[in-house]
Write a protein that binds this ligand. Structure first.
Ligand SMILES: *Cc1c(COP(=O)(O)O)cnc(C)c1O
Length: 391
């Protein structure tokens, strides 16, 4: 046992040494992306849900090297803007035209229910699946992207999810069948149904309820319209173990498999759009202490990354990222601030840190989702430099 503890300790130490070496080589702040972890996350998802087609939600981290890694693993993609679409398109640009068209049809979903007319006109040329959740959008799609396959997004309970999405998206289940019928009447091809249970969904009942609602709607639609619904898109929300209390993915997957088998015919194509799950634990931020003061009875450290940058998830994604030190020693409650001239740029007022010196490095783990992607250039500070690790 002692051997094992020492071994784990040793791995931790070498990882810390390695992060510091990267920071010395590349400067700070650096955003380290471990592509092997991303491949492992993808493989884990496929292992537990082997029949589900995985559409990586590009908005979680739109770094094109990440898209490339997942493309090479055989993933499909959920995009929500033309620029995101083009990030994926780069990898298929050189395919023969027919093959490329088929690939887009089979592997890209444009999962933003609201699309500007200009975007629809562009999408009509590429023909990915697109989602909608309201009547006005059906009319827009009919007029500007009549060749797209469409998927109705319904509103489902987001209870207890870290990021709530149901206030902005999703048709009321009560009007779903009418909306699908109207889309068919207008000559569109409704391929399926989708939902999103809210991001970082630790309340697995949300999925169970959403699957039941979907089954009811699909049954009623098929009875009423005589048309077959062939796709069910179960969205994102798959939770990441930011804390040990988060139940493991295997438990959720088992529930999903049971419910899907119970509620849907075997030929129903099941899609999922994991974002966070594939990238969150694959990235680490390393920053540097650039200033130090003593205020409100505690040490305050000013580092060269903050909430306008890689820590933006603390604002938009409701995650807190512990700031960790490489230096050891007795800890005390400390504040950590970002580099901009805004007091809002506060990472924490209560980190447990040893006494740090100017020039010391600090780091935050599991910071791969909704972090670098929503980084700004506020106050002239650019986003952290990206370092790719491929081993
Ligand atoms: C953001 C988003 C996702 C990804 O959600 P995660 O919780 O990160 O898995 C999937 N689908 C849609 C439509 C989204 O908006």
């Amino acid at each position: 046992m002692k051997d094992r503890v020492e071994k784990v300790h040793h791995i931790k130490e070498t990882r810390k040494d390695w992060l510091q070496a990267l920071a010395h080589e590349h400067g700070t702040p650096i955003f380290v992306i471990d592509h092997e972890k991303i491949r492992k996350n993808y493989q884990e998802f496929k292992k537990y849900l082997p029949t589900v087609q995985v559409y990586f939600a590009v908005k979680a981290n739109s770094n094109s090297e990440i898209v490339k890694t997942l493309f090479n693993e055989g993933a499909s993609f959920d995009v929500a803007s033309m620029p995101e679409f083009m990030i994926v398109y780069e990898f298929i640009r050189d395919m023969p035209e027919k093959e490329r068209q088929d690939w887009i049809w089979d592997n890209i979903i444009y999962a933003n229910t609201i699309k500007p007319i200009e975007t629809l006109e562009e999408l009509d040329h590429y023909k990915p699946l697109v989602t909608f959740d309201n009547r006005e959008e059906i009319k827009k799609i009919q007029e500007h992207a009549p060749h797209a396959g469409v998927v109705l997004r319904i509103r489902v309970p987001n209870t207890g999810s870290m990021v709530e999405l149901s206030s902005k998206f999703g048709a009321d289940p009560g009007e779903a069948v009418d909306l699908i019928a109207e889309a068919f009447d207008r000559g569109l091809v409704v391929e399926g149904l989708s939902f999103h249970v809210g991001s970082q969904c630790t309340n697995f009942e949300n999925y169970v309820k959403a699957l039941q609602l979907s089954a009811d709607i699909i049954n009623e639609t098929e009875t009423r319209t005589g048309k077959k619904i062939r796709i069910l898109d179960i969205g994102g929300g798959f939770p990441v173990k930011y804390h040990p209390e988060v139940k493991s993915f295997g438990i959720l997957a088992k529930k999903l498999n049971t419910e899907i088998n119970r509620l849907f015919p075997p030929d129903m194509q099941i899609l999922a759009e994991p974002g966070r799950f594939l990238v969150a634990n694959a990235c680490t931020l390393v920053a540097k202490v650039v200033g130090k003061a003593f205020r409100d009875n505690k040490p305050c450290y000013y580092i060269n990354d903050g909430v306008y940058h890689t820590y933006s998830g603390q604002v938009f994604d409701h995650v807190t990222y512990p700031v960790l030190a490489f230096r050891e020693g007795e800890t005390q409650i400390s504040a950590v601030f970002g580099p901009t001239c805004d007091a809002f740029d506060t990472i924490t007022l209560s980190a447990e840190l040893p006494e740090l010196e100017i020039g010391d490095l600090v780091y935050s783990e599991n910071i791969g989702a909704y972090s670098h992607a929503s980084s700004t250039y506020f106050n002239g500070f650019p986003p952290a430099k990206v370092v790719h690790i491929n081993r």
